[in-house]
Ligand binder design. Structure first.
Ligand SMILES: [Zn+2]
Length: 399
């Protein structure tokens, strides 16, 4: 299978580090609010990747972190004057309900950041010992980006003279970033460690969880394209500083709404719940999120949901079709089935070209709906569609 690797900026033949097994790290949601369908575009694309790897016979070991302790989450809890747990519990539950509605396969592990604070402090400590990190005068611990070959993923190379100025994120240029942010014991959201009272920076979260659950060598790290810099660049630096390795980075392009990125900041987002309230089904949403190639921006429209509805009705009709003639399997039908399989697989092997795979798929559905099929043919058509559905995940009854 060919997969586009952000690290090398080209399609590469995918070979996992261990035979037959793929270790996949996917950056999960920050549970300070509902996830919107722009977030779910990424999760559905990763689901397609996971499902196709399984279809090819790989065993997939997937980890998705739940970020329940970053600055945004803390900020929201403070503003609303409620316990951090109350906020994160509510949105974590909503997240799991939504991924179930969208038929996204479960990862093997969903570690919560808050439950792994010691592992993050230990990683920061280890990096200090190795000379890849330093303390500032306030006791914050920073990763020294000059200590590794920093910038290979995003192309953002650090200047040689760099100072750590702030623990806040800077999205413009390569700089030292916070591993452990000092705070005093009487503050809420503060943990004690050998580095003193404080809390971990975001990038150390994913690096520590990935090390804990997948080990030092990871096949694929995946997330939305906005994570390339600084998050994945920083996570990669941490991983390499402790002798680890990431082979492939797979990034999913944004979902657009009227030509602009759907985001919380622009306030132009839709949640799944909201779309379902308008009378659309989770399957229709899944199909729209899935049907365009993950390396192209997806323009989300309600017209696309209407088209998806018609496609799924045709699929359901074909799956429920009764035989209309006697006799066995004709060559014409056998050939159509074989060429669907060939085209579908070869498209998906080419960097998950789901658009080409689905063109063949819907063409086949239409053709078979029009054909008068025998009992044997109906059975074979159904078997084929259900087998390909291990990849597409369109045949299910939500909720
Ligand atoms: Zn992450």
């Amino acid at each position: 299978m060919l997969l586009y690797n952000t690290l090398t900026r080209r399609k590469e033949r995918f070979t996992p580090l261990r035979e037959g097994e793929v270790r996949l790290y996917t950056c999960g949601p920050t549970v300070h609010d509902y996830a919107h369908i722009g977030n779910f575009r990424t999760f559905v694309a990763q689901d397609l990747l996971r499902r196709f790897l399984e279809y090819l016979g790989y065993r997939v070991l997937q980890v998705m972190n739940i970020t329940d302790v970053d600055e945004k989450t803390i900020e929201r809890a403070r503003r609303k004057r409620v316990a951090l747990e109350e906020i994160t519990r509510r949105y974590t539950q909503a997240f799991f309900r939504d991924i179930e509605l969208l038929n996204i396969k479960k990862a093997e592990h969903y570690p919560s950041a808050r439950e792994h604070i010691p592992a993050m402090a230990e990683l920061a400590e280890m990096l200090l010992e190795r000379g890849c990190a330093f303390r500032d005068e306030k006791g914050n611990v920073f990763f020294d980006v000059l200590s590794v070959d920093y910038g290979r993923l995003s192309g953002k190379r650090p200047k040689r003279r760099l100072r750590a100025k702030t623990v806040r994120e800077d999205y413009d240029e390569a700089k030292h970033f916070a591993l452990w942010i000092r705070c005093s014991a009487d503050e809420s959201f503060c943990w004690e460690s050998r580095l003193g009272w404080g809390r971990p920076g975001w990038h150390v979260e994913c690096a520590a969880l990935s090390l804990r659950y997948l080990g030092e060598r990871v096949d694929i790290v995946s997330g939305g394209e906005d994570l390339i810099f600084p998050h994945h660049e920083n996570s990669l630096a941490l991983c390499e500083a402790v002798g680890g390795e990431v082979r492939y980075f797979v990034h999913v392009k944004h979902l657009l709404w009227h030509g602009r990125k759907m985001s919380k900041t622009l306030r132009n987002y839709h949640t799944l719940e909201e779309i379902l309230k308008r009378g659309y089904s989770p399957r229709e949403v899944r199909l729209v999120l899935l049907q365009e190639h993950y390396r192209r921006h997806l323009d989300f429209t309600f017209e696309k949901l209407e088209v998806a509805r018609a496609k799924l009705e045709a699929l359901d009709e074909l799956l429920g079709k009764a035989p209309e003639r006697k006799g066995g399997m004709r060559v014409r039908i056998r050939t159509a089935i074989e060429s669907l399989r060939r085209e579908f697989e070869s498209a998906m092997r080419d960097d998950l070209d789901v658009e080409r795979a689905l063109a063949a798929y819907w063409g086949f559905v239409e053709e078979m709906l029009e054909a008068k099929l025998s009992g044997e043919e109906v059975e074979e058509v159904r078997r084929t569609l259900l087998d390909l559905d291990r990849v597409l995940g369109l045949v299910y009854s939500p909720g």
